[in-house]
Design a protein around this ligand. Structure first.
Ligand code: EPZ
Length: 418
């Protein structure tokens, strides 16, 4: 596996342009299946996860042409409805294709998406939503086949505001007969982006961003061009890197309204922020103040920022309490931080982070996407050199990661495994 070598002691200083959102791109790429024609997307991040989505589309028979951050997807030639197991296993979020395949063809077969680095990641809420829409689900030996003659709009009450289940239910209902109402739907901005894309294709959806979404089924969709929203977690990641290194940063092409809980928490730590709609400037203090964090579904503090923000607090003045309410196994990165001198104890869902004056360079291993980015950030302030292994995790979700960090003054080198 590849690795990053980071030499500590440099501050983040300068300007960075934020890429398109990974978590908006994935369901929007899947949504292209609902139109038998061309979908042109701009500002799509060139990352491992979007590349995997293109591979799956090609396996299904679509034609994908990519040029930098523009991708044209022609789905008129799709002739298969099964998602290859090996690709499903490599990227569990490919389950988002299922709603689109059923929505367009009335069938889809796939293998159970395995758990991943942050938890078991069940899909029971996705399957319950499909059943509500009249879709028959057969499970055998880890494979699931979904089939139905006609999808009839229905009321779907989600037990939990699951992002993926909300997105999959929307995708399955767009071409249904009649109206579908999803209650207790997830309110993430990525779902608003999906609604905007689909409505531009001719769908009739309203309510994304709230906990009730209405989808009026339509007969067919049309070709469309669409610009993906900025990545709010990349925005938070670069802000935390400037915060932890005591630096200053200007972020361009952001949507600051998507990241308010993180902005407020950074202000509590003593950072000075100048927030505009599409630009954020921040000056960090010499040393952050400890703060407490509880992750919640949107619009609460995002779970994807938990490991990154908690890592920034390992050198804060005081003790911080972190509560992870979304995923049952999202503290693995703390073991690696402890090897660097951090003082963290885990008690159930709570991490107690006691601020220290120093971290020390060490050989550490990325355990997941966001935890991996957090370890790179720790390496920026650690004394000496830090080697972060298994950085394929990081490359899944951050575009041109080390290139952007070098431009911000960080001493980071990429070492390829092969
Ligand atoms: C999306 O995952 C994001 N991924 C995750 O980002 C993010 O952490 C998560 O939403 C929460 O915001 C993408 O959008 C591709 P959920 P998703 O369904 O849809 C439980 C990153 O780092 N649950 O909202 O899988 C589940 O176990 C990634 O970019 C069920 O119990 O998240 C979890 O505890 C990591 N049954 C909680 O709900 C289900 O059927 C939230 O999961 C589905 C979910």
């Amino acid at each position: 596996m590849s690795e990053y070598i980071i030499k500590g002691g440099k501050k983040v200083e300068g300007e960075v342009t934020i890429s398109g959102s990974k978590n908006a791109s994935l369901p929007i790429i899947a949504a292209s299946i609902l139109n038998q024609g061309k979908t042109t997307l701009y500002n799509v991040p060139n990352i491992h996860d979007t590349q995997m989505m293109y591979e799956i589309l090609k396996k299904l028979g679509a034609v994908v042409t990519k040029k930098k951050n523009k991708v044209i997807i022609d789905t008129s030639g799709i002739a298969k409805y099964d998602i290859p197991e090996e690709l499903m296993r490599q990227m569990r979020s490919s389950v988002i294709f299922v709603g689109a395949l059923i929505g367009r063809y009335g069938k889809a077969t796939f293998s159970y998406p395995g758990g991943c680095d942050i938890g078991t990641r069940p899909i029971d809420l996705h399957l319950k939503a499909f059943e509500k829409l009249g879709i028959n689900i057969n499970k055998n030996y880890g494979n699931i086949s979904c089939i139905c003659d006609k999808i009839i709009g229905e009321k779907i009450d989600l037990d939990f505001p699951s992002v993926g289940a909300t997105e999959n239910a929307i995708l399955a209902a767009v071409l249904a007969t009649g109206k579908t109402i999803i209650t207790n739907s997830a309110r993430e901005p990525e779902i608003i982006d999906l609604q905007n894309l689909l409505n531009k294709m001719g769908a009739k959806i309203k309510g994304a961003g709230t906990d009730v979404i209405e989808i009026e089924g339509v007969k067919k969709l049309k070709d469309v061009s669409y610009n993906i929203m900025p990545d709010r977690i990349e925005t938070g990641t670069f802000l935390c890197m400037a915060a932890m290194t005591g630096g200053e940063i200007q972020l361009k092409e952001v949507n600051s309204s998507h990241i308010t809980p993180v902005i407020h928490k950074l202000e509590e730590t003593g950072c000075q922020l100048e927030v505009h709609k599409n630009e954020i400037k921040m000056q960090a203090p010499k040393r952050l103040k400890a703060v407490d964090i509880k992750t919640m579904p949107y619009p609460g503090f995002p779970t994807d920022m938990q490991s990154i923000f908690a890592t920034a607090l390992t050198m804060a003045k005081g003790t911080s309490l972190i509560v992870e309410n979304l995923f049952e196994n999202r503290y693995k990165y703390t073991q690696e931080l402890i090897r660097m001198g951090a003082k963290i104890t885990i008690e159930g869902k709570t991490a107690v982070v006691k601020g220290v004056r120093k971290l020390y360079g060490a050989n550490v291993k990325a355990t997941d996407l966001r935890g991996g980015a957090a370890l790179v950030m720790a390496g920026m302030v650690a004394k000496g050199e830090t080697k972060v292994e298994n950085i394929e995790y990081i490359l899944r979700g951050y575009e041109r990661f080390d290139e952007k960090l070098k431009k911000l003054g960080i001493d980071i080198r990429y070492l390829s495994a092969n």
